[in-house]
Design a protein around this ligand. Structure first.
Ligand SMILES: Nc1ncnc2c1ncn2[C@@H]1O[C@H](COP(=O)(O)OP(=O)(O)O)[C@@H](O)[C@H]1O
Ligand SMILES: [Mg+2]
Length: 297
């Protein structure tokens, strides 16, 4: 796998092929500005290189698990082009980000309660026009986060996949990044590309990784180690230090996940004892220890 990754991105110094210079370069400073303006909340982007790896499933169920641990949680559907958090949560919102972005509704009215006890703001259909990064998208996104984040302990951004400018911008609003990857080689190559771009363009010194749809215990740790080796070799941040990947856990492949999604229910509510739900509860505990305990304690 190392070879495949290094073939895909052979040059340590130059940007990944085909990756335009960052339209959002400097967004890290921007994100720090947002973080400073929102002292109440930890903002965590849940993102991935490849699509369909489980970002929305993880965001929704992690939100339920963090809520159960006593935190005030908001999930923002930041996957403007392919929003589907509403489907996973079986919500039919009257007001979405689309109405807020077009000035048809107040942001306050777009915040709705999800089963599981957390708040969500859904992107809704009709957002495809906003899947490009325009000044409107930047300003509206920023305004949503700045207004809502102070009311919560943690905000999860369920972002799109990949390294398009709108995805990179939404990630830039977060102080923490949780990459979701599966053990598939294509997912790992894409995760590496995303990590590399986030490290170089947003000057991120560390990112967190959760490996979803694992088959054996230990898969995630091995994969994190392999990715870290390639990062050590090929990616250096501005400080000259390598970017550090923090393994946050594994979520096994579990038929209960598909069942819950087919029924449009949260796994954490429907099957809290199944292996994938237990893994998400562990992930929540780890996030709690790493990021939130000082506030809850
Ligand atoms: N741990 C898992 N076990 C089994 N199936 C899973 C698991 N995680 C995700 N899936 C499947 O993958 C699909 C895509 O997940 P989703 O969260 O929509 O991905 P993304 O938001 O990254 O595009 C889900 O509908 C589900 O069927
Ligand atoms: Mg999704």
């Amino acid at each position: 796998m190392n070879d495949a990754l290094s073939h895909a991105y052979p040059s340590p110094a130059s940007p990944a092929p085909g990756v335009a210079p960052a339209p959002g370069a400097g967004d890290r400073a921007f994100a720090e500005g947002v973080a400073l303006a929102t002292p109440g909340a930890r903002i965590m982007a849940v993102t991935s290189g490849k699509g369909g790896v489980g970002k929305t499933f993880v965001s929704a169920n992690l939100a339920a698990a963090l809520t159960r641990r006593g935190h005030r949680v908001l999930v923002l559907d930041a996957d403007l082009g392919l929003a589907n958090l509403d489907v996973v949560l079986n919500l039919h919102p009257k007001i979405t980000l689309h109405d807020v972005f077009t000035g048809k509704a107040q942001l306050e009215d777009a915040v709705i309660q999800a089963p599981g006890g957390f708040s969500v703001v859904l992107a809704g259909s009709g957002m495809v026009e906003y899947s490009r990064l325009t000044p409107t998208v930047r300003n509206e996104f920023l305004n949503v986060i700045q207004t809502l984040a102070p009311r919560y302990d943690v905000v999860l951004l369920d972002t799109g996949a990949g390294i398009s400018d709108v995805v990179l911008f939404s990630v830039s609003l977060a102080s923490e990044v949780l990459i979701v990857a599966t053990p598939e080689p294509t997912s790992l190559t894409d995760a590496y590309a995303a990590i590399k771009v986030l490290a170089t363009q947003q000057k991120r010194q560390q990112m967190r990784l959760v490996v979803n749809q694992t088959r054996r215990p230990g898969d995630g740790r091995a994969i994190t180690g392999q990715l870290q080796q390639v990062l050590d070799r090929f990616v250096t941040t501005d400080t000259g230090r390598p970017v550090r990947l923090i393994h946050m856990g594994d979520i096994p492949t579990d038929t209960a996940v598909r069942d819950a999604i087919m029924r449009r229910q949260l796994l954490m509510l429907q099957m809290p004892g199944c292996p994938a739900a237990l893994a998400i509860a562990q992930l929540a505990a780890k996030i709690d220890t790493a990021l939130l305990e000082r506030k809850s304690g």
